[in-house]
Design a protein around this ligand. Structure first.
Ligand SMILES: C[S@@+](CC[C@H](N)C(=O)[O-])C[C@H]1O[C@@H](n2cnc3c(N)ncnc32)[C@H](O)[C@@H]1O
Length: 321
């Protein structure tokens, strides 16, 4: 196992409370499970809302600039929504240089293969299989104006990491660049829980995949039947905070599992929880005021936002300050 990954897992599993970071869910299997959440959960609204806004208001979402731009997509996933942006840019300029960045290498390469077939020479793709920081370091060497997308991904970081990643993104932005990120502005508890606690357990399969991957990566045999899976929504309207989903497993009894690949035992008291995210929660939800505060803390300027009111997705358009 790569040393950075091992250190992150060790940090999470030995801290109090114990956790596995959300990004660990994203290998080729986990990325596919996440995609199933967007297609198979009838009440999973975020992706549908993003898509609908992109289909109907792309002129407002993707800034029209008086020069050709390269397109960067951070956490590009299967690029399904990105296609709408690529089509829009190709209606404005002859070719587009495209830099998708994703931590999930196999999934990234598969998406790139599909895109290459579809777009031929009009789309010049340079895939970057890396985490955000490493990807942005490489992108700093790419000169010229860029539109940087970060769709549905800020929501899965802790508050401090959201500010920090935005700050890192700003280091590759000149005054000719724009950042467009999407976030969830749903505050209705029932809507959120219907999406994240679906009856068929599709979301649970994706979220608890972190344990399956841990067993696979480290040779451990942690049995999920000895735990109860729980999910909740925590609402917070403080402008300096955000609302979020929390998901965790609770030990049904005192339990101890060797994790050979990490050289530790996972010991849990009866009732103790192991969280599937770092920090208070994941899949964060915001008011527009809260989003503005985060952007400002990162030293960027929010110059516009597009949403369908106080429900579901909002696209935020930012410039380097
Ligand atoms: C929720 S999905 C969003 C995918 C796509 N942008 C969309 O809107 O459909 C998050 C994506 O970010 C990637 N990802 C998660 N953490 C990452 C990190 N630290 N660095 C780079 N990519 C990451 C995942 O592999 C996944 O493809």
């Amino acid at each position: 196992m790569e040393d950075g990954l091992k250190q992150s897992l060790l940090r999470g599993l030995t801290s109090s409370p114990k956790y596995i970071p959300t990004w660990y869910n994203y290998d080729d299997v986990g990325s596919e499970l996440q995609y199933q959440c967007t297609t198979d959960i009838p009440d999973y609204y975020l992706c549908k809302s993003d898509r609908s806004l992109l289909e109907h208001r792309i002129q407002d979402i993707i800034p029209r600039l008086p020069y050709d731009v390269a397109l960067v997509d951070l956490g590009s996933g299967n690029c399904s929504k990105t296609r709408l942006v690529i089509d829009e840019l190709l209606s404005r300029q002859e070719t587009v240089k495209f830099f998708p960045v994703d931590i999930s290498e196999e999934f990234l390469l598969k998406s790139v293969k599909d895109l290459s077939k579809e777009y031929d020479e009009s789309l010049v793709i340079t895939p970057i299989a890396a985490n955000y920081e490493q990807g942005i370091e490489r992108l700093k060497q790419v000169e010229g104006p860029k539109i940087i997308l970060w769709f549905d991904s800020i929501i899965n970081q802790s508050y401090d990491d959201q500010v920090n990643t935005l700050r890192v993104i700003s280091t590759m932005m000149t005054e000719k660049c724009r950042l467009v990120f999407s976030a969830d502005v749903t505050v209705d508890r029932e809507a959120v829980l219907n999406a994240y606690d679906d009856d068929a357990g599709v979301m649970q399969r994706f979220i608890s995949y972190a344990m399956t991957r841990l067993n696979k990566d480290t040779g451990s045999e942690i049995n999920l039947d000895r735990f109860t899976y729980e999910v909740d929504f925590v609402s917070n309207h403080d402008p300096q905070a955000m609302s979020y989903v929390t998901a965790y497993i609770r030990a049904n009894e005192q339990t101890r599992w060797p994790i050979p690949g990490l050289g530790i035992d996972l010991s849990m008291e009866k009732g103790e929880c192991l969280y599937f995210h770092e920090g208070a929660g994941f899949s964060c939800k915001y008011t527009l005021e809260q989003l503005g505060t985060i952007v400002e803390k990162a030293g960027l300027r929010l110059v516009g936002s597009v949403s369908a009111g106080q429900r579901h997705a909002a696209f935020c358009i930012c410039t380097a300050s």
